[in-house]
Ligand binder design. Structure first.
Ligand SMILES: [Zn+2]
Length: 677
């Protein structure tokens, strides 16, 4: 039984491969186009409306700087580059870049923080070493580390910088603020498993952390990974006409991800703990930016750690890679709780991304801006929906109040106003716009040929598409060019013109998530899916953290129903080391599992330790070998295991998203008896 592919589906690391040296005036792609006169005019108009006079963020981003390493790359043990802040150095000058939305251009510069910073007497941060920050609070005898980056290598480099400038102190505790990998997966660069096991290091996390850390990205993992190519522009060159920023940091490091289980999950809201002389109050905020998340208040330091609930951007209510839609109302409410509980006294607010804020008035200003924008997202989207505005219209109607638009802390970099307002409607009303035509719409590939025919063929569409492109009417141009590319994926002129159109739309976006999606789509239309390392397999830490039920749930998703046909069997699984029993059953082309039961007439009863099951999943040992050695025991028909494995599908991580780029999908529409003949 091998399930090694499973590990591939957990999202963590994204690589930039060999970054192309920036030469700002020339496009990195021979087929690429610079910003058009329409795009340039729009950028200039927007530039004139933005509150550039308010430059407090820049002072805050620099405040407390201690030192930065000379080296602007971080490498793994094999010498491969896993992080390269230097690839973004083209942003450091004064140039405006008409290929970058002026507000994003500013954010992209703010995120160029690189080095070690002192925030207050006991609090330090390493910024610019990964997507997130590594934060240290000095206890009486050692460090309490808040969030440990995505990769062992970047976290270790951050700790080395700390040691070089602040001396060697032991790490006494690690706090995972929430269940996203950019906050915990670098833990092995900060502490060893032995130190955690021996009790020398405590690891604290919010309630539900382990479950969500492992579960969130597995079941839809392959699709999410593919979509990461778009939202995170993982393999787009770092360039003014390519990848410039990721809103909450520059990008995600491409190193080794791991996980050490928390020694304790905090399950009492506002619990106060004194650890190594540091008094901390943990504010649980489930259902905000992550399903398991917590803020921390340091009453003696008048310092508020906002986890990822308050950063330098309005975040995603819907994240384009995929994930359950978040709750903007609850997010706003929890910021309000923090404002009441800690915001009245705080003199320092710092977080797992972006830069800190000092002074109570400033902190309250930022907290209120973010509280109000998340609340407005929820209220106004529903206000409009209740007047008949649908999910397919709201992004063109929704507009934050001018007073919020004039505050940098309420600008939408990570989440755009467009996809966040649609997300709120989706959360409450779902994806259907209540138009019966869209209830069972034809897939784009099925309907597009009729459009092309009715529009008078490809030449007419190309001519009109080019005219619209030349007029700068890019959304209209994409409307008809997309139909042509869907109908004729091999039509090179159509592909290139649609790519040009998406590229201009990409340049015009304030949100890097939306920008990257357009630019990566354009890249794929022109050149196919980029080659290069994009994700890294996650090892044994993640496999052993999964519940046995999760393994079999995922096998059920991977099951090819057609191949399974009418096959049916029942397996009793007994795992003595963890004292668990499961029934795994195949019937009706469906695999189910349930914990805590056994079937009296099972085809097979398989007894093996869960730790051996992990080794099988990791491909380190075969079930047959364990049976031979007597480490596993099978009663009944052991053949059913082979049959079950034979029905498993390995998902293709390079499936086609943009027509004609990627491997064709292995699925086709089912026959419709009403349209037969
Ligand atoms: Zn994060």
């Amino acid at each position: 039984m091998k399930l090694r592919a499973l590990a591939l589906f957990i999202l963590v690391s994204l690589a930039c491969d060999e970054p192309i040296a920036a030469e700002s005036s020339r496009h990195f792609d021979p087929l690429g186009k610079p910003p058009s006169e329409h795009t340039i005019r729009g950028q200039q108009a927007i530039r004139a409306t933005l509150p550039f006079d308010d430059d407090r963020d820049f002072a805050e981003a620099k405040r407390g700087f201690i030192a930065a390493p000379e080296e602007r790359q971080i490498r793994n043990a094999d010498g491969e580059v896993v992080w390269d802040i230097g690839a973004f150095d083209f942003l450091l000058g004064e140039e405006d870049f008409d290929s970058i939305h002026p507000s994003l251009r500013r954010q992209a510069l703010l995120n160029m923080n690189y080095g070690l910073y002192q925030l207050s007497s006991r609090i330090y941060q390493v910024r610019g070493f990964d997507l997130a920050n590594l934060t240290l609070v000095k206890g009486d005898t050692g460090w309490i580390v808040f969030d440990v980056l995505t990769a062992k290598e970047t976290a270790a480099a951050a700790m080395a910088l700390v040691e070089k400038h602040l001396g060697k102190l032991p790490v006494k505790a690690v706090i995972y603020s929430h269940s996203h990998a950019d906050h915990f997966a670098g833990v092995r660069g900060v502490v060893s498993e032995e130190d955690v096991r021996s009790g020398a290091v405590q690891i604290l996390a919010p309630e539900g952390f382990l479950h969500h850390a492992v579960a969130e990205n597995i079941f839809a993992g392959n699709a999410m990974n593919r979509r990461l190519f778009l939202q995170y522009g993982t393999l787009l060159p770092r360039h003014p006409m390519g990848h410039v920023d990721q809103a909450i940091g520059k990008a995600v490091a491409a190193g080794t991800a791991g996980l050490i289980r928390p020694t304790r999950e905090i399950d009492v809201n506002m619990e106060e703990i004194t650890f190594d002389g540091v008094r901390m109050v943990f504010h649980l905020t489930p259902g905000t930016e992550a399903p398991a998340e917590m803020n921390t208040w340091f009453p003696d330091l008048k310092a508020f750690w906002a986890a990822e609930n308050i950063t330098g951007t309005i975040h995603n209510i819907y994240t384009l890679r995929g994930a359950l839609v978040r709750d903007a109302h609850e997010w706003s409410r929890q910021i309000n709780v923090a404002l009441r509980e800690f915001g009245q006294e705080a003199e320092l607010m710092f977080a797992s991304h972006s830069w800190p804020r000092w002074g109570n008035a400033r902190i309250q200003e930022v907290m209120r801006a973010q509280r109000d924008l998340y609340a407005y997202l929820d209220n106004q989207s529903l206000h409009l929906a209740n007047q008949g505005v649908t999910i397919n219209q709201i992004h063109d109607v929704y507009d934050p109040p001018a007073s919020l638009q004039a505050q940098w802390a309420a600008r939408s970099y990570h989440g755009s106003n467009e996809h966040n307002s649609r997300a709120v409607v989706n959360r409450y009303l779902g994806y259907w716009d209540a138009n019966p035509t869209t209830l069972i719409p034809l897939p784009p590939r099925e309907s597009a040929p009729l459009y092309v025919e009715m529009m008078g063929g490809s030449q007419k569409i190309l001519e009109r598409g080019r005219k619209l492109y030349d007029q700068g009417r890019y959304r209209l141009a994409q409307e008809i060019l997309d139909k042509l590319v869907q109908a004729e994926p091999g039509n090179r002129d159509a592909r290139l013109l649609l790519a040009d159109t998406w590229e201009q739309l990409g340049y015009q976006q304030e949100s890097p998530s939306v920008r990257n999606s357009f630019l990566a789509g354009a890249y794929e239309l022109r050149n196919g899916i980029p080659e290069g390392r994009s994700t890294r397999t996650i090892g044994p830490d993640f496999i052993s953290a999964m519940t046995t039920g999760m393994f079999f749930d995922f096998m059920a998703i991977r099951l090819d129903t057609e191949r399974a046909g009418s096959d049916a069997f029942t397996i009793n699984l007994v795992t003595p080391d963890v004292d668990e029993r499961h029934v795994i059953e195949l019937s009706n082309g469906v695999l189910t599992n349930i914990e805590g039961y056994q079937e009296s007439a099972a085809d097979l009863t398989l007894t093996l330790d869960r730790s051996d099951l992990d080794r099988i999943f990791l491909g380190q040992v075969k079930l047959a070998e364990l049976l031979e050695q007597g480490a596993a025991k099978a009663e009944g028909n052991v053949e059913v295991i082979g049959r079950l494995m034979g029905y498993q599908v390995d998902f293709d991580p390079r499936f086609e998203v943009v027509p004609g780029a990627g491997n064709p999908r292995a699925v086709s529409p089912r026959p419709n008896p009403f349209e037969a003949g």
